[in-house]
Design a protein around this ligand. Structure first.
Ligand code: NDP
Ligand SMILES: O=C1O[C@H](COP(=O)(O)O)[C@@H](O)[C@H](O)[C@H]1O
Length: 483
């Protein structure tokens, strides 16, 4: 099978924060992979922009070093030199006047102009203002806005208003890199591309749904940011919420930006408030040889959560009474992200002596080993009569699709190419982000009001004991976190 590369128009992509961690770790290596794949047409340029003084040659060395450090196999590709030749640099201050006329002079007509805000969120507004003031952005330009998009409803509204005073909504690409992950898109393909699942996708057949995003990393290196954020703002309000929307939304009429985003918004608006009883916060303790969260964040009195588990209900016809259990945390036992749709038990077993509960479980593995797995019940092989056993019908995309199944763009690559193509389907709309904050704000405010103390949990486990209780109380259990 040969991967299809959809052509894009020539573009100028300006990366504000082009020397920063995200640019070096993800954006530049990703763009090099797209260059190799033929998605950077002749005449396209990448312009790094940050305060530090560099000329083009020095910036190319920054990019070369980044690709060497963070790139994969592609770093050995002889096309690297040609790619670096497409890079330019402007020293610019987002909050001052330095560099703007130089950037303005670099802009060309006849190519797509995209501006990636890979800088601290406090600079999103000043960048938008200056792009507008200096007439660097035209009516077809796109801006890509990184997370976090605000830290509550009020700040998200203010940021939306600032951006809206300079750009139309169709020009604003709010990034959630989970939406760019291959398997997250597969979620929609599995749901809406198979006749098999949709009839069962409701409260008549689904017992509950589990969404897990487990990480083994801690917050070392990003402690200052994370400690003001916590798992709720960092992961739940955006990534987990987006997964929840995709799994729960009604079928959109088309796979088109507003059709998909309208349906996601309806899910967020139908979320019931979560009471304290249905949510557990945790913070990782010190391990034998590894620091605690408080040490990593350099805040010895921190009450920020590095883990959240919660039971969420959606008040609509399709999902009435079906719990969605969400959990995410750092320093857990494995890196594993999965959505599991657990179907109801059979109403009656015709097989004598079969007392086990048999249930179908559709598990969509987002990472690692992207794939799907459907647990089905079959007869145990051998002469032992009609004894039933549950087995997985397992498909790893890499196995099923061969080497090309592995050769897929990573989330950032895909999303940047969508920006150039002008496709907003996998980006969050302003009202979606606000609705998500409107739902999370009361939860966070409740913690602050009660001075809630997160439960400590042992590193390398599934989180605090209370998270087990959260689901056990309902007579269910979490799926194992397996890497
Ligand atoms: N790093 C990551 O893994 C992730 C990051 N993000 C988001 O991406 C954004 C960037 O993060 P990250 O790369 O880690 O941040 P860094 O601190 O590593 O980089 C910040 C960049 O902004 C530049 N910069 C700082 N101040 C100004 C200014 N006044 N004018 C122009 N440029 C400026 C810096 O260069 P200089 O100092 O030379 O100006 C640098 O290039 C943030 O919004 C973050 O939340 C989101 C998800 C993951
Ligand atoms: O946005 C973020 O995501 C990462 C997890 O992303 P993944 O692609 O590695 O699953 C998380 O570590 C980080 O805290 C958060 O800001």
């Amino acid at each position: 099978m040969v991967s299809r590369v959809i052509p894009v128009d020539p573009f100028d992509l300006v990366i504000f924060g082009g020397t920063g961690d995200l640019a070096r770790r993800k954006i530049l290596p990703g763009l090099f992979r797209r260059f190799i794949a033929g998605q950077m047409p002749e005449g396209s340029r990448i312009i790094g922009a940050a305060r530090s003084e560099h000329d083009d040659a020095e910036y190319r060395e920054v990019a070369r070093a980044a690709i060497e450090e963070f790139g994969g196999e592609e770093k050995k590709d002889p096309a690297l030199q040609d790619f670096l030749g497409r890079l330019h640099y402007v020293a610019i201050d987002a909050t001052g006047e330095g560099g703007w006329s130089q950037l303005s002079g670099l802009m060309r007509d006849g190519v797509v102009r995209a501006f990636y805000f890979s800088v601290a969120p406090s600079l999103f507004g000043p960048l938008a203002e200056r792009l507008h003031q200096h007439r660097i952005a035209d009516g077809d330009s796109r801006i890509v806005v990184e997370k976090p998009f605000g830290r509550d409803l009020e700040s998200a509204k203010a940021l939306n208003a600032t951006l809206a005073s300079h750009f139309d909504e169709r020009q604003i690409y709010r990034i959630d890199h989970y939406l760019g992950k291959e398997t997250v898109q597969n979620l929609m393909a599995i749901r809406f591309g198979n006749v098999l699942f949709e009839p069962l996708w409701n409260s008549h057949y689904v017992d509950h749904i589990q969404i897990t995003v487990a990480e083994t990393v801690g917050v070392g290196g990003r402690g200052a940011y994370y400690d003001k954020s916590g798992a709720m703002r960092d992961m739940v309000q955006n990534h987990l919420m987006q997964l929840l929307c995709l799994i729960a939304m009604e079928p959109p009429a088309q796979f088109e930006a507003d059709a998909v985003r309208d349906e996601k918004l309806k899910v967020i608006r139908a979320l019931q408030p979560v009471d304290a009883h249905h949510i557990v916060r945790g913070q990782y303790d010190a391990g034998e040889d590894s620091p605690s969260y408080r040490q990593d964040s350099e805040n010895p009195r921190s009450f920020t959560e590095s883990f959240v588990a919660m039971r969420v209900m959606i008040a609509n016809w399709r999902w009435a009474g079906v719990p969605f259990y969400l959990r995410t945390g750092k320093k857990l036992k494995a890196r594993s992200s999965e959505i599991a749709v657990v179907f109801k038990d059979l109403g009656h077993s015709m097989f004598e002596g079969d007392e086990a509960r048999h249930r179908n479980i559709l598990s969509i593995r987002l990472q690692p080993n992207e794939g799907i797995d459907l647990q089905v019940t079959i007869k145990e092989p051998g002469p032992g009569g009609m004894r039933l056993v549950d087995v997985p019908l397992d498909m790893t995309f890499a196995d099923a699709l061969g080497p090309d199944g592995e050769d897929v763009p990573d989330a950032y690559e895909r999303l940047i190419m969508d920006v150039i193509r002008g496709n907003q389907t996998l980006f969050m709309r302003g009202d979606e982000v606000e609705a998500a904050w409107a739902w999370t704000d009361p939860i966070i405010e409740g913690w602050e009001r009660r001075a809630d103390v997160p439960k400590l949990y042992e590193q390398g486990t599934g989180g605090p004991e209370d998270a087990q209780m959260l689901i056990h109380r309902d007579g269910r259990r979490w799926r194992d976190i397996k890497g």
